[in-house]
Write a protein that binds this ligand. Structure first.
Ligand SMILES: NC(=O)c1ccc[n+]([C@@H]2O[C@H](COP(=O)([O-])OP(=O)(O)OC[C@H]3O[C@@H](n4cnc5c(N)ncnc54)[C@H](O)[C@@H]3O)[C@@H](O)[C@H]2O)c1
Length: 434
């Protein structure tokens, strides 16, 4: 039996021991799915707080029900550790660490490099290493492969190597890890086969592609598609305002076309760890080949200008009641980057908050998902909605349309700027839309 066929057999019989590096929004749901499928799973993280919570059966990711997590922990199918030496006991090492941008908008692969260094130290024959972190095309074969091969083993022969982009959409109850098809590109046929065999145990369908580079590019196409289309619809929103047209009504009517149109919605700007960041991984890499990604840069400019535009709408709203931003009390409803998640990464609400404070506003917020904000020098605590309304403010802003807010009640506030069309169908001089 070759090392690859041995691993396939271990996957088929659910004997393969799976190690997941990085137990965040991507890694933890995946670890739980593998454990629920009966695999022996060890999660690796540098955050001792997360490790303690997992081992206590407590979930810190809203999409992972505590009951599912505690069940697999109690059954001994899932545990977490910071001891990277234990990676040596794994048949599969799946890397789900962050891939942020540096201040210069260049890719920051330092987390991936650290995780791969840890894997390289313990690499043994027959292991399958998969990178899931979103990154530029070429990362797996130009960065990961040489690091793993430095000890003398050869990828695709002695050990297997693949890239499989994660497509999880936090807060989306309709499509969870299990239901989302998984794209897999291996370093050679044996690597692709092993990674496909593994994922087909936990996800509904697996889509093999010809190489790791194709798989890396698939993810960047998907996220660039979103960033560019959101940029387009934000621009349409800005021009519609100038032409006194309700952009939300336009989109609702346009989406009745059964083909050739897909709705995207304007908003206060891009947020999260993916859409504002990933396209710049692609433009950085393309630039190395002498190619300028014009769509990505333009979408970045339009989307990046939206918080400023929201502040302008707030200024217009206050102006209509003869008040300036300076000295006004402004209350934000929702600060997470999108509805019904607790993720604050790159949240445009933070930019809106910062811009309002800089203009002299007294800003407070309510968010059932985010108890406090530490932004720059600002330390704010979420105020319960009743207390906030009872205290009064000059203007409210719906920055994130969480399901928990009572929108009929918010529509009664004296002045409210709605950046998400959460007050759809409600009218009044007090309501100002994006
Ligand atoms: N969040 C999403 O919606 C989403 C969706 C698809 C893809 N992705 C991609 O998946 C990757 C992970 O994103 P995420 O949102 O899960 O990030 P996250 O920050 O929620 O989780 C990453 C985890 O990795 C840990 N970590 C960092 N360095 C480590 C190391 N050297 N060893 C072990 N653990 C380490 C962190 O402590 C953290 O717990 C990124 O590349 C992201 O672009 C994210």
């Amino acid at each position: 039996m070759t090392a690859a066929s041995e691993l396939l057999e271990r996957i088929r019989t659910t004997q393969a021991r799976i190690g997941i590096i990085g137990l965040g929004y991507v890694g933890l749901p995946l670890a739980v799915e593998f454990a629920r499928a009966g695999f022996d799973v060890t999660g690796f993280d540098v955050d001792e707080g997360k490790i303690a919570q997992i081992n206590a059966g407590k979930s810190y990711i809203p999409d992972v029900p505590a009951s599912e997590l505690s069940e697999v922990v109690q059954k001994g199918k899932l545990r977490a550790t910071s001891d990277m030496a234990k990676l040596g006991d794994m048949d599969v090492i799946d890397i789900c660490v962050p891939t942020p941008l540096r201040k210069t908008k260049d890719p920051d692969l330092s987390y991936v490099v650290k995780a791969v260094e840890a894997a390289a130290r313990v690499l043994h024959r027959g292991q399958l290493v998969i990178l899931e972190s979103t990154t530029y095309p070429g990362t797996t074969d130009e960065v990961v492969q040489p690091m793993l091969e430095a000890g003398g083993f050869k990828a695709g022969e002695d050990f297997l190597l693949a890239f499989s982009p994660e497509r999880v959409d936090p807060g989306n109850a309709q499509y969870t890890t299990k239901q989302i098809p998984k794209v897999v590109g291996g370093n050679g046929a044996a690597s692709t086969e092993a990674a496909c065999a593994l994922y087909s145990r936990v996800v509904a369908s697996v889509v093999p592609v010809s190489s790791t580079r194709v798989a890396e590019m698939v993810k960047l196409l998907e996220n660039t598609f979103r960033a560019v289309n959101i940029g387009l619809v934000n621009e349409i929103a800005l021009m519609s305002r100038k032409m006194d047209i309700d952009v939300w009504e336009v989109i609702d009517a346009a989406k009745t076309k059964p083909f050739g149109f897909m709705p995207f919605y304007p908003g206060p700007g891009l947020g999260g760890h993916c859409i504002p960041i990933d396209p710049f991984y692609l433009s950085w890499k393309a630039r190395q080949s002498g190619f300028e990604c014009r769509f990505i840069e333009l979408a970045g400019q339009v989307n990046g200008s939206m918080p400023e535009y929201v502040v302008q709408r707030v200024a217009d709203a206050l102006n209509s009641v003869k008040k300036p931003i300076n000295g006004s009390k402004i209350h934000l409803f929702g600060v997470a980057y999108k509805r019904d998640v607790n993720d604050m990464r790159e949240s445009p609400a933070l930019d809106v908050l910062e811009l309002l404070i800089r203009r002299g506003a007294e800003v407070t917020y309510s968010d059932p998902w985010v108890g406090q904000i530490h932004e720059g020098h600002h330390r704010l605590k979420s105020v319960d909605v009743d207390t906030a309304i009872a205290g009064g403010f000059d203007c409210a802003v719906i920055t994130t349309d969480h399901a928990a807010f009572d929108y009929a009640r918010l529509a009664e506030l004296p002045l409210i700027v709605d950046t998400r069309n959460a007050l759809k169908g409600m009218t009044g001089a007090n309501i100002v839309r994006l």
